[in-house]
Design a protein around this ligand. Structure first.
Ligand code: AMP
Length: 386
């Protein structure tokens, strides 16, 4: 990234780090034994008050890498908002808030999630409802945060710890102007952590504008997840894709599969077809309300539905344990999307299969993706003739 980017993770244990007994206990409760590479790099820097730019993917443990120093940085007794975590999607906000809650089990920290797509009234109420015994931390998406700032229901003048998570994704979603405006409401002297899966020029510009001589850190891209993903593809006739999908699913005993489609319409259609064929399937796309999404995810995480048909909304950030298969029903737009999608399986060292269904017209496009990947994607045959 820059000539002095640190990529070699030092060997540290959680006990070597200057964290409180309470946080250490919460980490132990999570069953975590050693810091992940991004944590080993970022925790010491963030805990010592430095700004950090981290090139890290979802699944790398980056949430805890910023959440632990956040908990350490704030004063549990102060009633003003001292920390802000900006994320691109509601799912990520929910996950970051959950991780903060887990890690602050023995510390009085209370995350408030501020995302669009749900009514603003309860959020305003939650913001007003400060307690002297717990520190409020805001986690949210830029649009809604800005909305609160403009309404005067949120003040960020006391923020001392700010996180920009999946910054590249926020830029892709057109949030750059909102992020800039939000940052102008926070004090210059704050500590800032930025995490991103890629480092396009626009992110470097953001870093230059908003951060103080940060430390640049990077971990081997996706190594922990993608190594344990078996990647295969199947050549199918366009119209046979649904049949191919069914034969893949039927060949497994108890699959937990995320099936990706490019568009909401495509996802809806496929979901309807699968239900008609007797499969219990969930549907996740950007047009669903937050409560619908939560319900769908809960049913899938609980194994009540074994297939989740999703658009790219679900390809980033979702951390669902035990996903056995990621199936690209439609070809991902680019290598990055491919890597993000397949990173939804083989989480935390488990095995997983990423299968891509290639229609005749998609061969050329898929070849490009294949060539850009560091590992081989094998051609395979469908279990039952489809
Ligand atoms: P993230 O990249 O933040 O989405 O984290 C991916 C997953 O790794 C989450 O389920 C975390 O709970 C888990 N995790 C984070 N840190 C550790 C650790 N040090 N050891 C084991 N698992 C971890």
């Amino acid at each position: 990234m820059t000539p002095n980017t640190l990529t070699e993770a030092p060997r540290v244990s959680f006990t070597d780090l200057p964290v409180s007994e309470q946080v250490r206990k919460a980490v132990t409760d999570q069953g975590w034994e050693t810091p992940t590479p991004i944590q080993a790099l970022a925790l010491p820097a963030l805990l010592s008050g430095e700004d950090v730019v981290g090139l890290a993917q979802t699944g790398s443990g980056k949430t805890a890498a910023f959440a632990i120093p956040l908990i350490e940085a704030i004063d549990p007794k102060a009633r003003s908002i001292q920390a802000l975590v900006l994320v691109p999607t509601r799912e990520l906000a929910t996950q970051a808030a959950a991780e903060l809650t887990n890690l602050s089990h023995y510390e009085p920290v209370r995350p408030v999630v501020l995302c669009g797509g749900v009514s603003i009234g309860p959020q305003i109420k939650a913001l007003k409802n400060r307690s002297a015994s717990s520190a409020m931390v805001v986690v949210g998406t830029p649009g809604r945060i800005l909305d609160h700032l403009q309404r005067g229901t949120l003040r960020l003048g006391s923020v001392r710890y700010l996180v920009l998570d999946e910054a590249d994704r926020m830029l892709d979603m057109g949030f750059a102007p909102d992020v800039g405006r939000i940052l102008s409401h926070t004090p210059d002297g704050r500590q800032t952590a930025l995490f991103s899966a890629t480092m396009p020029g626009a992110i470097r510009g953001m870093v230059k504008r908003h951060m103080r001589s940060p430390r640049w850190l990077a971990v081997e891209s996706e190594a922990p997840t993608v190594d344990t993903v078996e990647q295969v593809y199947y050549l199918v006739h366009g119209r046979d894709k649904t049949r191919a999908l069914r034969s893949l699913i039927d060949a497994e005993k108890e699959p937990l599969a995320i099936v990706f489609r490019r568009t909401k319409h495509g996802a809806t259609k496929l979901h309807r077809q699968l239900e008609r064929d007797g499969y219990k399937a969930g549907l996740l796309h950007g047009g669903k309300s937050q409560s619908q999404r939560n319900k769908t995810l809960a049913a899938f995480v609980g194994g009540r539905t074994r297939i989740l048909v999703a658009t790219n909304v679900a390809s980033r950030g979702l951390d669902i344990p035990n996903v056995s298969h990621v199936i690209n029903y439609d070809l991902p737009e680019d290598v990055e999307t491919y890597v993000h999608r397949i990173g939804r399986t083989a989480r935390a060292g488990k095995d997983g299969v990423a299968a891509t269904l290639i229609g005749e017209s998609e061969k050329g496009e898929f070849d490009k993706i294949k060539r850009a990947l560091p590992v081989e994607v094998r051609e395979s045959r469908l279990p039952i003739s489809a």
